[in-house]
Design a protein around this ligand. Structure first.
Ligand SMILES: [Zn+2]
Ligand SMILES: [Zn+2]
Length: 106
């Protein structure tokens, strides 16, 4: 597997361990490898290594992060004081509550 942007080889990932139980059931457990150096962007589904992605913790590649507007928020959150951050989170929650619910029936 390689990065979609720079083509570098990727390491780590999610491993599935299979173990048979005495009852005849097969138990599959998934482990997220803490060493993995890539994400699968939840916006465009590209595989992007952490070298090509400034904020892998968001689960988005740089391009999608910019598009989503999250990037500016992230910059703000990284640079603001705790008081500002609390105000920001408060306002955000309030704003979200005011939005009309978009349910579609039929
Ligand atoms: Zn890359
Ligand atoms: Zn993306």
């Amino acid at each position: 597997m390689n990065c979609d942007i720079c083509g570098n080889g990727l390491r780590g990932g999610i491993e599935a361990l299979k173990g048979a139980q005495s009852g005849g059931k097969t138990l599959v457990r998934l482990f997220a490898d803490p060493d993995r150096n890539w994400i699968e962007c939840s916006g465009c589904s590209r595989i992007v290594c952490s070298d090509c992605c400034d904020h892998p913790d968001t689960g988005l590649c740089d391009a999608c992060l910019e598009q989503s507007g999250l990037f500016e928020e992230l910059q703000f959150v990284e640079n603001c004081s705790l008081d500002e951050l609390e105000e920001f989170m408060h306002g955000k929650r309030k704003g979200m509550g005011d939005e009309p619910s978009a349910t579609c029936e039929g």
